[in-house]
Design a protein around this ligand. Structure first.
Ligand SMILES: NC(=O)c1ccc[n+]([C@@H]2O[C@H](COP(=O)([O-])OP(=O)(O)OC[C@H]3O[C@@H](n4cnc5c(N)ncnc54)[C@H](OP(=O)(O)O)[C@@H]3O)[C@@H](O)[C@H]2O)c1
Length: 304
């Protein structure tokens, strides 16, 4: 599997990460097969969160990787959401959440911890204390965020001794405002609206890896755009490129993200082993510039 640098960590990580949010749909055998399929492709970077499946996803994964040497795995988890109640970046919550994740995952450390969604009541000094304590104790190696804009990251970074390594944001062929706005600078149209503070440019400037979540979805969990009647033109364009490479539509949809020079690390969520293999094959495909733009346009975007 092709690797990319993860922020400024010095780690080279697989270009495609395995999202474990839907792992609770699998039984024990299914989870074992999922992990084995991923590792057979050299994909060993797994993305979790304390809240996935109410903790069940981390538990299932923890059981599935028993017997695999810990240093053969890269495990990322997230904290900071108390579902339906609040976001919580307090030191106490971060420390408690990590302890609980470690227990469920049956491991001594996380490779990466992300703050899941911006907390309006964040005290950056408290987050810094929590991060330093976790790092000093050997419980977390590297830190990042998710769904944050550049100003939020810069504010937090001001208080941290370690560089933020990643920002996980929603990004796909059918959800690519973060890319489109950069090609509509100063144009009077909706695509020019900057909804994310230019997070893409900020992350590239600061060597922060963008991890696109839901790379096959449209809207906020609107369902996959592949095969969707709402995206006929896009699907026809993807199918055409896929035929040329002799691969599936899944592979091409992901190859589109991987072609971006920011070197994204998409987080794929399929639990279907055939589709998983198709996702992991995308790392071997480099779309041409024209193919990339053809798909961008077929997704309903324009070039001013
Ligand atoms: N940071 C955040 O706020 C945030 C939010 C959401 C997700 N995430 C992370 O991102 C990961 C991926 O999210 P996601 O699962 O929504 O992403 P996804 O990879 O876009 O979607 C996967 C879902 O689409 C279905 N699907 C149907 N056709 C597909 C096709 N042709 N190719 C691929 N999938 C197809 C899959 O079903 P099958 O299983 O049947 O293939 C699965 O239910 C999560 O596991 C989680 O780690 C992070």
């Amino acid at each position: 599997m092709r690797t990319i640098p993860l922020g400024k960590t010095g780690l080279n990580v697989p270009a495609v990460a395995l999202g474990c949010m839907r792992l609770s749909a699998l039984d024990e055998r299914g989870a074992d097969a999922y992990v084995k399929t991923a590792l057979d492709f050299g994909a060993n970077f797994f993305d979790h969160a304390d809240i996935y499946g109410g903790g069940v996803c981390e538990e299932i994964f923890g059981r599935a990787v028993q017997g695999i040497a810990r240093d053969k795995l890269l495990i990322q988890s997230k904290c900071g959401i108390v579902p339906g109640q609040r976001y919580d970046f307090s030191k106490e919550h971060i420390l408690r959440s990590v302890e609980a994740s470690l227990k469920r995952l049956q491991t001594d450390y996380l490779d990466v911890l992300l703050l899941h969604r911006p907390d309006a009541l964040m005290e950056p000094e408290e987050v810094a204390e929590a991060f330093c304590q976790l790092q000093a104790a050997g419980k977390v190696r590297f830190f990042g965020v998710s769904n944050q804009n550049p100003m939020q990251m810069a504010l937090l970074q001001k208080y941290l001794p370690m560089p933020l390594c990643a920002d996980q944001i929603q990004l796909s062929l059918a959800f690519c405002g973060a890319i489109a706005q950069g090609m509509h600078v100063n144009i009077e149209c909706d695509s020019a609206v900057v909804r994310d503070g230019s997070v893409l440019d900020y992350c590239r400037l600061n060597d922060i890896t963008i991890q696109p979540w839901s790379p096959f979805q449209h809207g906020m969990f609107g369902g996959p755009f592949l095969g969707s009647a709402d995206y006929r033109k896009l699907n026809a364009a993807i199918d055409k490129v896929a035929e040329g490479y002799g691969v599936s539509n899944t592979t091409i949809a992901l190859a589109w993200l991987l072609r971006h020079p920011a070197r994204f690390q998409p987080v794929v969520g399929t639990m279907n082993l055939t589709r998983l293999a198709d996702c992991l094959r995308a790392a071997d495909i480099v779309l041409s510039r024209q193919e990339w733009y053809d798909l961008y346009l077929a997704a309903g975007n324009d070039l001013p």
